[in-house]
Design a protein around this ligand. Sequence first.
Ligand code: NAP
Ligand code: GLV
Length: 328
Amino acid sequence: MHMHKRTKTNGIDAAMKIIFYENGADLDAWLGGLRRELPDADLRVWEPGDTAPADYAIVWRAPRELFANRPDLKAVFNLGAGVDAILEVERKEPGTLPPNAQLVRLEDTGMAQQMVEYATYCVLRYMRRFDEYDALQRAGRWEKLPQHARETFTVGVLGLGVLGAEVTKGLLALGVPVRSYSRTPKTIEGVQVHAGPEQFDAFLDGVKVLINLLPHTPDTEGILNARTFGRLARGAYVVNVARGPHLVDADLLAALDQGQIAAATLDVFHTEPLPAAHPFWTHPRVSVTPHISAETLREESIVQIAGKIRALARGEPISGIVDFRRGY
Ligand code: NAP
Ligand code: GLV
């Protein structure tokens, strides 16, 4: 028995208790990995009706009931970067989340590289007009289109956090001008940084590809709207890889009709799966992917979360704690 990995509860030596919930996950693989990393922990899959004590919860889109009446819970680990689903539960019914529990999001765990790949693909596809050549091929037409000038094919990245920072840096390698927008000021070599609402228009003006990597909060909901689109370069492109509610769907469809937006690639939607009748499915200039731009990688996530649980058990600070007031 490794005493240092045990916690004292009511004077009795007890293994730390961890509940796990992810609907549809490969539970054997998750539990096997977590047991390997935390061999002394008492780990169980949470099921409705389970009100037994727990020190830590590892969850993705868990029902409200999982959190209720758990004053002992020290931390909730969210199996994703975005914590909007959990915070929405709390916004709708304040007091749902255990009062003393910290909420911890995944930090990168292999998602940044996937986002860099997705964003790079979109920028190259639009800059080199592969989307238009696909349409020309389907029409059986041999036609050379004028090339976009790389120097003016400005990419603007909304959000300069764990993922946005890596995406902006990755895009610099393409030789396009790269701009960023965050809440607080930052510096990244080679990137034209903007921060705060007063710099939002300067960030948008003339952007050719707008990539959204903001968290979904009350401040950012609907940020991809007609006004935003109107400030971009004529015939701009929109890539939404953050959350569906960032986008005003009707405004995008109108901007596509008007030619203000040339095309869009969307990975996230107000309702997922995207309903069969939604016009995005069949729009010739909208590309749809099923929320796969950056997937939660099991092994990387297990190692990161287990490391943080060990640190917390030793009384050490950890990173990735969500600020409830900011909403991310
Ligand atoms: P993060 O580290 O929390 O970074 C968030 C960034 O957004 C920060 O730079 C922050 O500014 C900025 N921001 C927040 N509120 C803002 C506001 N009101 N105005 C301007 N900037 C604001 O998040 P992340 O790990 O990069 O992830 C970003 C989002 O991507 C997640 O929340 C999630 O929704 C989405 N995501 C999607 C997928 C997918 O598969 N589609 C996968 C993973 C993540 P500061 O730097 O000043 O704080
Ligand atoms: C996925 O969408 C995440 O937030 O990690």
